[in-house]
Design a protein around this ligand. Structure first.
Ligand code: FAD
Length: 489
């Protein structure tokens, strides 16, 4: 059976290793860090445990699928629960909205909080569902760069109904047209941030993200988000995948327009197939110096990054849940700051994640682990020391004013990470969370494909390539690459 070298053990790298090892390929994974999972990692601080990066799990069936590929029952290995509440939203004017998983309760909440009737909301849901059904097979589960995709029935079906997809208007204008209440518009605009984009630029088709959350649910793994990487790493090991940590790949070896292996500082490894889970920008620039970097990889606008405060809080807050949002008063200004000025608004939207709400050993008794995240621009060597201390003041003032508390006095331990840290820790180009942004109607087509026509047997998976960033899409990239490789053998 063929030898495969995978560069990077992010979620997509591990998922690819599982899929290919299940089919009998001999797989080696090389990882620069000393742990598997890339952005899916955790931080332990004075008795508190925090997620390093992702906190929201959707479509866990894609994780289950990996166990099924290996002929195992996922329920025996990876356990998770569906959340009753997706998110609690707060505004400065005192409005609080709880997004319930239960549809009837959710619709009632619209009526009681915003006086928006359920018919208006349902109409939006039905439209989003239609868009999802028309596009998921074509845009998310297939390569957009293979002729076979365009000859499929699904593509013909979605092309014939292009007008339904709201590609020519922004997500914000779609939401503005659908709802009069500005808090509701802001809530549905927020889904643009799930792939690091601006609602004022990303196309209306992105309302499918809202559909994914509200129709398929949000989840939390019983052992926390970092357990996703740990369990999948164990599964890969059981399938015979060999992992090499602290071993960065420095070159992809090629001969006659074909990959023949990889080289680390320690050795050369011969392989029939190479899969890069490294950020695609760095793959070209660092590992393939003799190949021109495709123009889109250079030019595509990055997705937003994050500045995160990890706070050990000496207190508990029953009005907060696992996911909480305190909205800014001027959303447009916030996104203009990020994408135009590469700066941070004085009044940012604040995301507070408290995994202790569901996982009791993530903080000591009567205390909570607050992961406080702000969407910020990608790293352009801004002075992050100055920015983070300004932002800290603004965030604390805003939390205090909205929740009527004095959070500063309750912070007993703290760590802060900036886009520069994210870039260094996970080797993501400019610390972007999701590779390139989806701030144009063509962004799906501008992302790098999962393969290249310039080098045979080289494949790409992960958040910086098709179909995009976020755990579910990274898992789908692994599936697409598995399909392409398997179809050739
Ligand atoms: C702060 C933050 C919040 C997020 N929130 C969410 C969320 O709530 N929900 C969600 O679904 N997604 C979220 N994401 C996005 C999600 O984490 C990523 O899309 C996903 O984890 C990326 O996986 P990946 O497979 O692309 O690899 P990465 O996690 O990017 O890992 C790539 C790996 O490759 C290694 N590597 C790079 N170069 C080399 C080399 N030359 N040799 C060897 N190894 C190398 C790196 O060390 C790294 O381990 C968030 C991300 C961040 C940072």
């Amino acid at each position: 059976m063929k030898d495969v070298s995978i560069i990077g053990s992010g979620i997509a790298g591990i998922a690819t290793s599982i899929r290919l090892a299940s089919k009998g390929y001999k797989v080696k994974v090389f990882e620069h860090n000393n742990y598997p999972g890339g952005k899916i990692n955790s931080i332990e601080l004075d008795g508190y445990k925090f997620n390093y990066g992702p906190q929201l799990l959707t479509l866990p069936n894609l994780i289950d699928e990996l166990y099924k590929c290996a002929g195992l029952d996922p329920k025996r290995y990876f356990k998770y629960k569906r959340k009753d509440i997706h998110c609690v939203y707060f505004w400065k004017d005192g409005t609080v909205f709880t997004a319930y998983d239960d549809k009837e309760r959710y619709l009632k909440e619209f009526q009681s909080t915003f006086d928006v009737d359920s018919k208006t909301v349902e109409k939006y849901f039905i439209k989003s569902k239609k868009k999802y059904n028309l596009t998921n097979k074509v845009f998310l589960e297939s390569s957009l760069h293979k002729l076979s995709t365009y000859l499929s029935l699904e593509t013909v079906r979605s092309m014939m109904q292009l007008w339904r997809l709201d590609i020519n208007k922004s997500l914000h204008s779609l939401n503005q047209k659908s709802f009069k209440n500005q808090h509701v518009v802001q809530m549905f605009d927020r889904y643009a941030t799930y792939n690091g984009s601006s609602p004022y630029k990303t196309p209306g088709i992105m309302s499918i993200i809202q559909h994914l959350e509200h129709s398929f649910g949000t989840y939390i793994p019983d052992e926390g988000m970092d357990s996703i990487a740990k369990h999948l790493y164990n599964l890969a090991n059981d399938l015979g995948v060999e992992f090499f940590f602290n071993e960065a790949i420095e070159e992809i070896l090629t001969k006659n327009n074909q990959v023949i292996g990889v080289r680390s500082a320690k050795k050369e490894i011969t392989s029939d197939i190479v899969v890069s889970n490294m950020d695609v920008y760095h793959t070209y620039n660092k590992l393939l110096p003799h190949l021109d970097t495709p123009i889109n990889v250079i030019k595509n606008e990055r997705s937003s990054s994050a500045l995160i405060f990890y706070w050990g809080i000496n207190g508990t807050f029953p009005n907060l849940d696992l996911h909480n949002i305190i909205f800014s008063s001027n959303y447009k200004k916030e996104f203009d700051k990020i994408f135009r000025e590469k700066d941070i608004s004085d009044d940012p939207t604040i995301y507070i994640n408290i995994s202790k709400k569901d996982i009791k050993d993530h903080a000591p008794k009567d205390k909570e682990n607050w992961y406080v995240m702000i969407n910020v621009p990608w790293n352009e060597d801004q002075n992050w020391d100055i920015k983070k201390s300004q932002l800290r003041k603004n965030v604390i003032n805003k939390i205090n004013a909205t929740l009527s508390i004095d959070i500063n006095s309750l912070i007993e331990t703290e760590k802060i990470i900036t886009p520069k840290n994210i870039s260094n820790d996970t080797l993501s180009y400019k610390g972007a969370l999701y590779g390139s942004s989806s701030n144009s109607k063509l962004s799906a087509f501008l992302r790098h494909p999962n393969f290249t026509n310039k080098l045979k047997n080289l494949y790409f998976v992960g958040g910086s390539v098709h179909p995009g960033g976020g755990i579910p899409l990274c898992l789908l990239s692994a599936k697409i690459v598995d399909d392409i490789i398997s179809s050739k053998d």
